[in-house]
Every structure is written in structure tokens, then in C-alpha cells.
Design a protein around this ligand. Structure first.
Ligand code: SF4
Length: 135
């Protein structure tokens, strides 16, 4: 479980920014866990050109984002990357950072970033290992 607590109650201005136009990558475990809820992977998985599996967007927001309630419909089962957010991996600098677009970024301490970063790095290794060329 992510220690990050959204101090906007998931409501950034009018919408939850982290769930809009998402490019959140998915591990095979994420996909299997969500499929076990009754969803078909073709509904919620998008294959990016670089071979990664990502959450699909519908009408500009994540497939699982409910615009009326502004909540995630699979919150307890959400992808691992969503649990670490707003801590993300900066590949160019090879370090974990807080997404500068997150309005709650100032609530994440350096200690939290350090603590979460091990999980983020492990996740990145898994994603790279599982990525497949798009046919
Ligand atoms: S799975 Fe849930 S938390 Fe993750 S981007 Fe989609 S709506 Fe947001």
C-alpha cells in the first residue's frame, strides 16, 4: 500500500490528474489481478509502441476512473505503479522523483521517496523484462 495520501481527496481542480491521460505501465501480475475481477485485458490494456503494457484511456481518462465519483473503480486492486504514485522513476537521472505535475507533490517527504524507491526500481526491472515488441 502506498504511504502517499492525496490531500486533494482525489479531486485536483476538477479531476484527478494522475488518472487522466494515464500512461501507467502494467506488469503481468497487475493484468492477471485485474482480470480476476472479471475484466477482459482487451478492455483495459493498451500496447505502447515501445512494447510496454499500459492502462487504456477512454475519453481522456483511465479505463477505471469514474468521472462522476472521481474515484478509481478498482482502487484496492489498482496497478503497482498507481500505488507508488506520485513517486516515479526518472530514467535519464536514474533516480526516483515526485511527479512535478502532481498538486500534492509537496506532501511527499524525501524519506518517503527513499523508502518507496526500492519498490519503484524493482517494478521498473519487471516492466522492462516483460515488455514485448509490438507486432
Ligand atoms: S487504475 Fe485507478 S488509480 Fe490507477 S490510473 Fe486508473 S483510475 Fe487511477
Amino acid at each position: 500500500m502506498s504511504p502517499f495520501v492525496c490531500n486533494h481527496n482525489g479531486d485536483c481542480d476538477e479531476d484527478r490528474l494522475c488518472c487522466l491521460k494515464t500512461e501507467m505501465t502494467l506488469t503481468q501480475d497487475d493484468i492477471r489481478r485485474i482480470e480476476s475481477l472479471g475484466y477482459d485485458r482487451d478492455e483495459f490494456v493498451h500496447r505502447a509502441q515501445d512494447g510496454f503494457y499500459e492502462l487504456r484511456n477512454i475519453d481522456g481518462h483511465c479505463f477505471f476512473y469514474d468521472p462522476s465519483s472521481k474515484l478509481c473503480r478498482i482502487y484496492e486492486h489498482r496497478p503497482e505503479g498507481c500505488r507508488y504514485y506520485p513517486v516515479v522513476y526518472d530514467a535519464r537521472a536514474d533516480r526516483c522523483i515526485v511527479d512535478e505535475e502532481c498538486p500534492s507533490r509537496s506532501t511527499v517527504s524525501d524519506d518517503e521517496i527513499r523508502r518507496i524507491c526500492h519498490g519503484v526500481r524493482t517494478l521498473i526491472r519487471t516492466l522492462v523484462r516483460e515488455a514485448r515488441p509490438v507486432e
